[in-house]
Structures are given as structure tokens and as C-alpha cells.
Design a protein around this ligand. Structure first.
Ligand code: GLU
Length: 280
């Protein structure tokens, strides 16, 4: 069996979607069509008997749109995140309920991960929810995290969650089809990469910080950091286009879509190392 066909056997999948994929770039409004497609696809993957976790950004973007305020202070950002996260969750719950799929909210902080007891409790909660057939929706707890104590971005958070719950696949949804040798928006010669056997320094360098959007963080550089964490923890990782989210089903059927990063379980893998700022 080739590496793509092995994806059929994945049992525990973390999917991450960013703010810029969840909102219309023209207005900042929620892209309901995309959110609907995502929810339906995840409910189907769950229906196939797999454990599914969704890491969703969008709290600040949705809060900002809702209140019509561009945050200027940390407390404003945090207030908007509190407003937006509740709205985001309400929308997810409504959409998931259309497919009889239960969902739950887990808000993570870096301190939850650093503290041994808190980390263990978070892990237990994930296990229990997955055992119940629930799809947890995860975000950083932006209302209490400040710059010094935050994960950084949700690409990294999703990789840390994948490591925490021993997922065997992490899927990052983004605004391009996968990874290229250079930024395809600025370099027409950039070539698509189908498979990354090992995230070495050359790939880290290729991952340019290409996110120009002001509603999310991330970009390819952040995705390479996530790839290092996820593959080192023992999960494969895929970067694919959020515009065709229904194709996740084809990916899980072994079709050649997106860029596949092969897991490379590091015997010395320690989740604490992934929390330090210089992990890149
Ligand atoms: N946690 C942030 C939010 O929900 C987004 C972080 C990120 O996009 O990386 O607004």
C-alpha cells in the first residue's frame, strides 16, 4: 500500500480551519456555505467511525465583525474574542445538530498544557468526549491569554492537540491547495509538493510566512512548525484547500489531494518542547 492509501486507516483526526477561511474577505462576515460544508463533512467522517476534533479560529474575527470595532488594546481583543467565540459556537452547534452530531467547546491555554495535572485533565476530557462520539471544537482561550502566554497561532495549537490526544492525522485547511516550493501568489514557477517525507531545514525554509490577511495568523511558516510537532508526535499531516472541504472524504479514501507530511515519530518527543517559543 502506498502512503496515500494508508490514510484510509486513520482513526483519530484533528482538522484545523483558520479565520480567513471561515469569513468572506470582502466583508468579514461568516462564510456559512463553507462552514456548512465543513460541518457536514466532519459529521460524515465521524459517521465512518473515526474520532474527529475541530480546531477553529474565528473568535476575534467574528467578534470584531459583530461589534464593528477594530481592536486597539489587548482587553478589547479579549472582549471581542469572548463575544465572537460564543457566536461561533452557537453557529457550529446549530449546524452540527442538523446532522444529529453532538459537539462541545474546549478552550485551551498554554498554562493548561504546561501544568502536568491540567494537561492530564484536558486529555481525559478529550478522551471522554471522543468516546461519547462528540466532536470537540477547540480554540485558544483568547479572553485570558496575552501575548506572553499564548500558543502563538492555531496551526501550532492544532498540532499540540494532535500530540496530546495521540491523533494519527492532522489536517490543516488553508487558502491554497497545499505546499509549494515558493509562494505561488508571487512566484509563477513555484511547484506543488505532493509529499514531504521528513520536515528538514530545507522545508522549514520553504515555508514562508505568506499570510497577508489581517484576520488570522499563521501562514506556511507556522504550518511547518505544526508539521514538525505533528509528525514528531507520530501523526501524518495534510495541508489542503479550505475551498473544497468536502474533498477531505476523498483524502481519507487515498486520493492524491493536498500535501502529505509523513509521520516520523521521534522517540524523544516531549510535548513540553513544543510549547517553547523557539520551537521552530
Ligand atoms: N484564536 C484566534 C481566534 O479565534 C485565532 C488564532 C489563529 O488564527 O491562529 O480569533
Amino acid at each position: 500500500m502506498n502512503n496515500r492509501e494508508l490514510l484510509k486507516d486513520k482513526k483519530r483526526i484533528v482538522v484545523k480551519i483558520g479565520s480567513s477561511s471561515l469569513t468572506h474577505p470582502e466583508t468579514g462576515d461568516i462564510n456559512y456555505y463553507k462552514m456548512e460544508q465543513l460541518v457536514r463533512t466532519l459529521a460524515d467522517i465521524r459517521g465512518m467511525g473515526k474520532d474527529v476534533v475541530l480546531v477553529s479560529s474565528g473568535a476575534i474575527a467574528v467578534g470584531r465583525k459583530s461589534m464593528g470595532i477594530k481592536p486597539e488594546t489587548i482587553s478589547q481583543r479579549q472582549a471581542l474574542a469572548a463575544i465572537g467565540q460564543a457566536q461561533l459556537m452557537m453557529t457550529y452547534q446549530r449546524l452540527f445538530s442538523e446532522y444529529n452530531q453532538k459537539t462541545a467547546q474546549i478552550l485551551m491555554t498554554k498554562s493548561t498544557m504546561i501544568d502536568d495535572l491540567n494537561r492530564k485533565l484536558a486529555q481525559n476530557t478529550f478522551e471522554e468526549l471522543l468516546h461519547m462520539g462528540v466532536i470537540p471544537v477547540v480554540n485558544e482561550n483568547d479572553t485570558v491569554s496575552t501575548y506572553e502566554i499564548q500558543f502563538g497561532d492555531n496551526d501550532r495549537l492544532s498540532a499540540i492537540v494532535a500530540a496530546l490526544i495521540h491523533a494519527d492525522l492532522l489536517i490543516l485547511l488553508t487558502d491554497q491547495d497545499g505546499m509549494y516550493t515558493d509562494d505561488p501568489k508571487t512566484n509563477p514557477e513555484a511547484e506543488f509538493i505532493d509529499i514531504v517525507p521528513y520536515v528538514n531545514e530545507a522545508y522549514m525554509k520553504m515555508g514562508k510566512s505568506s499570510s497577508s490577511s489581517d484576520v488570522g495568523t499563521g501562514g506556511m511558516k507556522a504550518k511547518m512548525v505544526a508539521a514538525r510537532i505533528a509528525t514528531g508526535s507520530g501523526a501524518d499531516m495534510i495541508i489542503t484547500n479550505a475551498n473544497h472541504v468536502e474533498k477531505l472524504l476523498n483524502i481519507l479514501n487515498g486520493d492524491q489531494i493536498g500535501t502529505l507530511f509523513l509521520s516520523h515519530k521521534d522517540p524523544d518527543f516531549d510535548i513540553m518542547d513544543c510549547l517553547s517559543d523557539d520551537h521552530s
